[in-house]
Design a protein around this ligand. Structure first.
Ligand code: GAR
Length: 208
């Protein structure tokens, strides 16, 4: 990928798609001036994200794992489409599935994920509920590069929010969501400008 041409981005999502929409709209508005969202891949049929992406003029494909004989075959089919579209990088945006070796090897250090906690605390499902149940006073969001383990790769950016005694999973999720969108846009902007360098588990931000 050259830093002169826009980063051709595929977004993987499974549901509502608020992060996907935030990324697409930031690219449209010029906020993510070096990112071109080319494709949305959804692993569920009839998820809202598909219609929302199409309404923004972005191609959206439903590629459902149960229609394939194995995870390798499923990811192989996705990889073919990513190659056809000359995709440079992938943003997981509420993609509720572990990415396997087929995609990780093809897009080494080019797949990002957003997670609604300060990793390594509270990986997996219902991160907001896990934070409330544990009793933490501060939680947040993490954008990280993706490796083969769940919610595990090198951390790109984290932002924190308070947890209040009266919080429910719902209210905390609502507080986190705009912070997720902000963190994802900042991280993708940095990637598109060639500013992120990975050294082991650390991600170094280079100045422009
Ligand atoms: C977001 O809160 C995202 O951080 C979370 O799913 C939600 C998707 O919302 N992802 C994970 O928990 C991944 N481990 P969205 O579809 O509105 O972007």
């Amino acid at each position: 990928m050259s830093t002169d041409s826009p980063l051709r981005l595929a977004i993987f999502a499974s549901g509502r798609g608020s992060n996907a929409m935030a990324i697409i709209r930031a690219a449209r508005s010029g906020r993510l001036s070096r990112v071109e969202p080319v494709l949305v891949v959804c692993d569920k049929s009839e998820a809202p994200v598909v219609g929302r992406a199409r309404a923004e003029g972005v191609e959206a494909r439903e590629i459902v794992p149960r229609n394939f004989s194995s995870k390798e075959a499923y990811e192989g089919a996705i990889l073919e489409i990513l190659k056809e579209r000359s995709i440079d990088a992938v943003a997981l945006a509420g993609y509720m599935r572990l990415v396997g070796p087929v995609l990780i090897e093809a897009f080494s250090d080019r797949i990002m994920n957003i997670h609604p906690s300060l990793l390594p605390s509270f990986p997996g499902l219902h991160a907001q509920r896990q934070a409330i149940d544990y009793g933490v006073r501060v939680t947040g969001v993490t954008v990280h590069f993706v490796d083969l383990l769940m919610d595990h790769g090198p951390v790109i950016l984290q932002k924190s929010v308070p947890v209040f005694p009266e919080d429910t999973e719902e209210t905390l999720s609502q507080r986190l969501l705009p912070i997720e969108h902000e963190a994802y846009i900042e991280s993708l902007d940095a990637l598109s400008r060639g500013r992120l360098r990975i050294e082991g588990r650390r991600v170094l931000w280079q100045q422009d």
